[in-house]
Design a protein around this ligand. Structure first.
Ligand SMILES: [Zn+2]
Length: 180
């Protein structure tokens, strides 16, 4: 493997993945249709079909441009993730309430995962969309509050000057007149 060639993140049929004993691996180096980023998303992803579940393991990073909520200036923000996730294939297992250990038949490696992570499922006859998965992982890393950094100049006071005029209570204004 050269390691320099990128594999386009194209959907792959789960039935096809099932036939790959060692799963499928993508070297990621591209922009995503659902995410505007300053640099291409780089990393890698591995998908492994394990009968009743699809095991996903990925790492990727990129830089996005965000708008600061305080000073309204744009700034660059690095985004990255390292995720391991297991998706159910089919609804059956969930509805029957079968515990993951029953389904995975002693796959101890997978059992270390939090059971809460096993909440999503895929139709076994559908495709796995690696691009959308990578997008979702990056999207989860976006900050709730956008702050450009320590040196944020804060709200632009001169632009909002009229709003910053102190409102003087008329009673205090009267006192002020007595003083002079
Ligand atoms: Zn700012």
């Amino acid at each position: 493997m050269s390691g320099t060639l990128a594999d386009p993140l194209l959907p792959v049929a789960l039935q096809e993945l099932k036939l790959l004993e060692n799963g499928k691996e993508w070297q990621i180096d591209q922009t995503l249709s659902e995410l505007v980023s300053l640099t291409p998303v780089r990393g890698k992803l591995r998908a492994m079909h394990r009968g009743n579940v699809l095991e996903l393991e990925g790492v990727a990073s990129t830089i996005v441009t965000l708008c600061c909520d305080r000073c309204l200036q744009h700034f660059n923000h690095p985004l990255s993730f390292r995720t391991r996730e297991v998706l159910w294939l089919g609804e059956q297992a969930r509805h029957d309430g079968i515990a993951p250990e029953t389904v995975l038949e002693g796959n101890l490696e997978v059992l270390e995962l939090d059971a809460d992570a096993l909440c999503e499922s895929l139709d076994p006859s559908s495709d796995f969309d690696p691009e959308h998965w990578v997008f979702e992982q990056l999207n989860l890393q976006l900050p709730v509050v956008n702050r450009c950094g320590e040196g944020c100049p804060g709200p632009n006071l001169s632009a909002a000057g009229s709003l910053q005029e102190p409102v003087i209570d008329p009673r205090w204004a009267a006192l002020k007149n007595l003083e002079s």
